[in-house]
Design a protein around this ligand. Structure first.
Ligand code: SF4
Ligand code: SF4
Length: 429
């Protein structure tokens, strides 16, 4: 695509990066077929190609975001299916991230919208605050259908996603020693939402790693990866969170990997090198962190895992989280691990399409998110599985809100088959 940025504009490294991305797009439109929002409404402006055009016009003319641009960029899930499909290697993720920052800087959102976004940004990345919010949500949860009926759809969406049980206290900084001879040492990104919403995921991750001789460290100072605010265009906040993690992880010696069991976070941590490329104090260390970051399935695939206990012959519908399949291109390892451990694994048809979770998307865009969930749950239920497995808490929560089937993290099944406890969702079903 031809672009017309001035030399002065291109002196800004962010604009220069976006210009390069724009020039790579040949406008072929292959990406439209795999874009969930285009599949839902058939509107070109809700397709990757349409959004790329809107972003180009906005950046090239250096003008404030318009209501039209905001509408269609806000509807984008950042699922990155378009990046998997694109034959020209257009890095849509960096382009839309830039657009979101530009929107945040130049567009005056309505007061309610601003308040909602500020609330999410000040609660979700902080496990203690988030835990208190979930406590407060418990008594209001039964009123979600009523709130939806009177038009308070976002509030209803938040309540539907909150768990029915009392949220657990998040894990503090500590070290979990390897069982037997130590064969490796990793830092675990405990995650802000993961730890409060579904503590069994970190428990299973720590159990399976330590049982296989890996020491697991949760260092002081590490926290949210920054993706929740990054996707809202609040880049300064995201970079503060990224730098804190880099400081915490680089203070540890002898790390083999930074293990991440929330694939949305993993995609962001693996992008720290790009996010901090112009920060002389962090660029080098950020690039080093990208090399160490591993999805838990990538790390476990290199360990000699063996099934040690007989588990029922379960059919697992494997839901490939977008951030894992499109963001990190980790496709093989989760399924191979499950198969090796005795599960029957079924791929979900149209697996490239997002379930509608996408960080805070299911709160900020409840209609699109609900329609995507219904579509996803329909395709999963037609497989008649015993259990749904995914590598991302967002997908697990989103899908579980629309089905009676148990939904678990892949690592919970791996831990169970290698000597750990049965996942709570399976015990309850
Ligand atoms: S597939 Fe790639 S090159 Fe073609 S329109 Fe989409 S982003 Fe542009
Ligand atoms: S990231 Fe997903 S929703 Fe956004 S344009 Fe690409 S395919 Fe469509």
């Amino acid at each position: 695509m031809q672009t017309n940025f001035t030399l002065a504009q291109l002196a800004d490294p962010q604009v220069a990066a976006s210009e390069k991305i724009l020039r790579a797009c040949v406008h072929c439109g292959f990406c439209t077929a795999t874009c969930p929002t285009y599949v839902l409404d058939g509107n070109e402006l809700d397709s990757p190609r349409g959004r790329i055009y809107l972003i180009k016009e906005m950046l090239e003319h250096d003008r404030p975001a318009t209501a039209e641009v905001v509408l269609h960029i806000d509807r984008c899930l950042s699922c990155l299916a378009c990046m998997t499909t694109c034959p020209s290697g257009v890095h849509y993720m960096h382009l839309v991230d830039h657009a979101r920052v530009h929107i945040e800087d130049t567009y005056d959102r309505p007061l309610i919208e601003r308040a909602l976004r500020a609330t999410l940004a000040s609660l979700l990345p902080y496990p203690q605050r988030f835990r208190l919010a979930l406590f407060a949500a418990l008594p209001a949860k039964p009123f979600a259908p009523l709130l939806e009926a009177i038009g308070l759809k976002r509030l209803a969406a938040m309540l539907r996603l909150a768990p029915w049980r009392v949220p657990q206290r998040p894990l503090g900084p500590q070290t979990f020693p390897a069982v037997g001879a130590r064969k490796g040492r990793v830092a675990l990104l405990a995650g802000c939402v993961n730890d409060v919403m579904a503590p069994q995921i970190n428990a299973a991750t720590i159990a399976v790693l330590t049982r296989h001789g890996i020491e697991v460290v949760l260092p002081r100072g590490a926290g949210c990866c920054g993706s929740l605010v990054h996707h809202m265009g609040r880049d300064e906040e995201a970079l503060v969170q990224a730098r804190a993690n880099i400081d915490a992880w680089t203070a540890l010696e002898g790390l083999d990997a930074i293990v991440i069991n929330t694939s949305g976070c993993g995609t962001t941590v693996k992008d720290y090198g790009f996010m901090l490329r112009t920060d002389p104090a962090y660029a080098e260390r950020a690039a080093g962190i990208c090399g160490l970051a591993k999805d838990v399935s990538e790390y476990l695939a290199a360990l000699p895992l063996k099934p040690v206990q007989r588990i029922p012959e379960l059919v697992v519908a494997y839901h490939a989280a977008c951030s894992l399949q499109h963001g990190q291109r980790v496709n093989r390892q989760p399924k191979e691990l499950l198969l090796k451990l005795g599960f029957a694994v079924k791929d979900v048809p149209d697996g490239h399409l997002c379930c509608g979770s996408a960080g805070t998307y299911n709160i900020l865009q409840p209609d699109f998110a609900r329609r995507l969930r219904e579509r996803k749950v329909g395709t999963i239920e037609r497989l008649r599985p015993d259990v749904i497995a995914a590598g991302n808490i967002g997908c697990i929560t989103q899908i579980a809100a629309g089905t009676k089937l148990p939904a678990v993290h892949t690592v919970e099944l791996i831990d169970w088959a290698t000597g750990g406890a049965c996942p709570p969702a399976l015990r309850a079903s």
